[in-house]
Design a protein around this ligand. Structure first.
Ligand code: GDG
Length: 471
């Protein structure tokens, strides 16, 4: 097998297919979108699950990258993925918005599957290669990889929040997870606060010394080594959104979307995976109350909510979907007219072109996450507004709030405040929209996904000997 100098390890490969005989297609989603430009340039290997249970696949080439599938059984998916990753770590790391479940059987599967990913990465990596591990499903991989291959330079990026110690310390396997992550040379987080929470957990649990972003870690041979834990806020491929937003057919589609909604004066938009972290219920509650109060009317204002299907076999998500659909049904039942709908709810996934047309059609973008690592939708909306119009209402609990200071910041738990912010956004004069949108767009253009990966890989290169692929 060919060995690569640069290896990405992520839960999913960046491709999808609908059946065994169907062709592979690049899959949508936050991480793939973020790493696509990096992979294109680096000519590396990507280790991950191909998306079908119990299927053993040989490594293969796809659009210039070398893909190395890791097999997951139906049992692994249930216990490692749906169980430990999405029903233990996900809710715990998002401030226990839903109750995390701690099951020893899930933990055992997590260890077993992390080992399988580490072995596949060790096999794919050339001597002294750089390996970049992605996200919370693989927190044990850095240490496993370092033990197997001390020659490697290892980075890890954490896409979701890292919680405050008081919450983190609930985790029965809190020491093992910290030790797993500390196998990396560079541990990247979305926000400065996440890196701070991590360093505090390391001090409290492991008693290792931390200073600024540096952590002194025992090297297993009686000495120590230094690891770096720091914020590297992720971004988007801004130019690709700008390019799409400038296409005449996408602008025409935006006009068509407005028409098909009955040309309301204002369109509000929410775009999220259907997830309890995204604050969709809080958004619906605020909008429902604005209708009830008579501050907005269905003749003038429509909320479009795209809730793309997600984790449909995890119980908390099944329940959430029922709650949201009940809420949408109630509001629409109370306020719809023959010609106008209050909430156009779409439990569907759309091509990127349609998303950009929606961004262009929306006067107000509502990002009301209760907790979110970054939230790329906020940045995509801003990048797409080539007309310098539109208003971003942004939760302070989303990582994006640290960078997007010219958005209207809200606390989604404060429904009164959220309602006022929505009204302010609806009523915002064009000149103020322009001023704010220009500032937001400058930030997203000046810090796009290539800057993100370059900054991370430059920090990692410090740990790598001469001749680094990232230099
Ligand atoms: C995790 C962290 C962090 C959504 N529906 C459709 C669609 N999407 C795309 C969006 C965006 C991506 O999926 C979602 O990214 P987010 O950042 O908003 O949220 P998560 O999925 O929770 O991502 C998050 C991210 O990782 C990256 O580090 O920002 O905090 O939770 O790109 O546009 N895309 C298309 N059709 C849809 O229906 N094409």
């Amino acid at each position: 097998m060919t060995k690569a100098d640069f290896v990405v390890v992520a839960n999913r490969l960046p491709v999808d297919r609908s059946g065994d005989d169907e062709p592979w297609r690049r899959s949508p989603g936050g991480l793939v979108t973020a790493l696509e430009p990096v992979m294109r340039k680096a000519d590396g290997a990507w280790v991950g699950w191909a998306g079908q249970p119990d299927v053993e696949l040989e490594p293969f080439e796809f659009e210039g990258s070398h893909l190395v599938p890791v097999m997951l059984t139906a049992d692994d998916i249930e216990n490692y993925y749906e169980g430990f990753s999405n029903d233990t770590i996900w809710p715990l790391y998002h401030d226990v918005i839903a109750a995390p479940r701690y099951r020893r059987q899930w933990w055992d599967a997590y260890v077993r599957v992390n080992r399988r990913f580490a072995e596949a990465a060790a096999e794919a990596a050339d001597e002294n290669a750089i390996v970049w591990v992605q996200d919370y499903q693989l927190q044990l991989v850095p240490r496993m990889l370092r033990e197997a291959r001390p020659d490697l330079t290892i980075g890890y990026f954490h896409h979701i929040p890292f919680p405050a110690y008081g919450l983190y310390s609930q985790l029965p396997w809190r020491r093992q997870v910290l030790e797993g992550l500390l196998g990396a040379d560079v541990i990247g987080f979305q926000r400065v606060a996440d890196a701070g929470n991590f360093a505090r957990a390391v001090r409290r649990q492991l008693r290792y010394e931390t200073k600024a972003s540096g952590i002194t870690v025992p090297d297993g041979q009686g000495g120590t080594r230094r690891a770096l834990a720091k914020a590297f806020p992720i971004s988007i491929d801004a130019d690709s959104y700008i390019e799409l937003a400038q296409r005449p057919e996408i602008q025409a589609r935006a006009v068509e979307i407005r028409e098909s909604l009955g040309n309301p004066k204002k369109i509000l938009l929410g775009v999220d995976r259907l997830d309890y972290t995204k604050g969709i219920r809080h958004r619906l509650k605020a909008f429902g109350e604005l209708l009830e109060d008579g501050r907005v009317s269905v003749d003038d204002v429509t909320l479009v909510q795209v809730a793309s299907p997600s984790r449909e076999r995890v119980e908390a998500y099944v329940q959430l979907r029922d709650e949201i659909e009940l809420a949408v049904g109630r509001v629409n039942g109370d306020y719809d007219t023959m010609g106008h709908t209050a909430i156009r709810y779409l439990h569907q996934a759309y091509p990127r072109e349609e998303m950009v047309a929606l961004y262009l059609a929306a006067d107000v973008m509502l990002v009301t996450a209760l907790r979110d690592g970054m939230n790329l939708v906020a940045k995509e909306y801003v990048a797409s507004r080539v007309d310098n119009r539109g208003v971003l209402v942004l939760s302070e609990f989303a990582g994006a709030a640290d960078e997007l200071g010219s958005a209207i910041h809200i606390n989604p738990h404060d429904i009164g405040g959220l309602k006022d912010a929505i009204m302010r956004a609806i009523d915002m004069p064009a000149a103020e929209q322009g001023r704010r949108m220009r500032a937001l767009r400058r930030r997203v253009r000046e810090h796009d996904v290539e800057d993100w990966s370059r900054e991370f890989l430059e920090a990692l290169a410090v740990f790598h000997g001469p001749g680094s692929v990232v230099e």
